[in-house]
Write a protein that binds this ligand. Sequence first.
Ligand SMILES: Cc1cc2nc3c(=O)[nH]c(=O)nc-3n(C[C@H](O)[C@H](O)[C@H](O)COP(=O)(O)OP(=O)(O)OC[C@H]3O[C@@H](n4cnc5c(N)ncnc54)[C@H](O)[C@@H]3O)c2cc1C
Length: 362
Amino acid sequence: MKVIIIGGGIIGLSIGRSFLKKGYSVTIIDKDEIGRGASWTSGGMLAPQSEGLDKGVFLDLCIESRDMYRGFIEEIEDETGVETGYWESGIVCPAFSEDEADLLKRRLEIYRSEGLTGKWLDRKELEEIYSPLGSSILGGVLYDRDGQVDSRAILKALVTSVKNLNAEIINNCRVLEVEERDGIFSGIKTEKGYIEGDLCVVCAGAWSGQIVDIPVYPIKGEMLAVSTEGRPLDKIFYSSKAYIIPRKDRSRIVVGATEENVGFKEGNTVRGIKKLLEGLVSSLPDMEYRDLIEIWYGYRPSTPDLLPVLGKTKIEDLYIATGHHRNGILLAPVTAKIISDLIVERKESVYTQTFSYKRFER
Ligand SMILES: Cc1cc2nc3c(=O)[nH]c(=O)nc-3n(C[C@H](O)[C@H](O)[C@H](O)COP(=O)(O)OP(=O)(O)OC[C@H]3O[C@@H](n4cnc5c(N)ncnc54)[C@H](O)[C@@H]3O)c2cc1C
């Protein structure tokens, strides 16, 4: 049984790996090089609570994936020997105004009523985590179960894993169309020729709408990184102004991210980088003296309701896993499980029903 995976970001690689482990023959094809895409540009936060997600099926999906992460990472690191920078560091969400403090406290109560953890820290308690703090910070919530993985490192590990498991990798080859015969998937037309397969999963991130008729579009995000000299930062700071992510290996502190609906417009902007630097310095003022190491940007795969699209398509044996928007790194383990359960065991779930492409049918 030959499975074709279109797109070698974290979603395609995680799904490909789960099929390889079940003994399927897997081809992963990418228009660029696998292991890049939005996934490579991401902050890598595993942050369902810090993101402030509302109660409901999407929060459940995100919490389930966060709970799967440690096991997912242990397996991949054991298999490949590649460190992923997975860190259950906890995330602090600081409040810059009374209104923000009220909102954060209300959310905290909702999460607690759902059996999730977290606690409010006043400014003095926050200063024990890092000081100096921005003068307007009143206090904040600490979500101890939220954390991170180094997005570039986990991609390297996943690429190593699928190569070790003998995936066929086709880089620098754009898929132009998926082909069907009598409503059943038959193969893909690429810029370098036709490839036949038994099953196909479209994981082409923000570009997925160019391959299948599902409304997926890019939301661009700009990012930067600063150096780590000075007082060590051991927790992520995630606020309305910016998120500040110290990597576990102390190589850099990553700062993100803007959100703009500007199509696939390339490049960083003065406005975007200025916003991130202001967010950084108003949260942790001594960061002003760090070196600026890198700036970059990426495209979140987004849908009209900002929720993923998971499962079957109109064409038999053609599946989709995309639209993960701000949470694709977090959602990789659960997405791989959902798609493999659906295809291998024919098991539908509340997730394949809620996140079906059918909600966009007119
Ligand atoms: C700035 C930024 C910060 C983020 N921060 C976080 C975070 O902290 N935590 C989190 O969980 N998520 C975060 N996200 C979101 C997360 O990065 C994405 O949801 C996730 O990476 C999507 O993964 P993917 O594999 O679907 O897409 P991608 O990683 O984009 O992979 C899709 C792949 O498909 C390939 N492709 C596209 N079209 C074709 C074609 N026609 N033929 C062949 N190949 C094709 C692309 O080249 C690409 O390699 C962030 C995103 C951005 C942009």
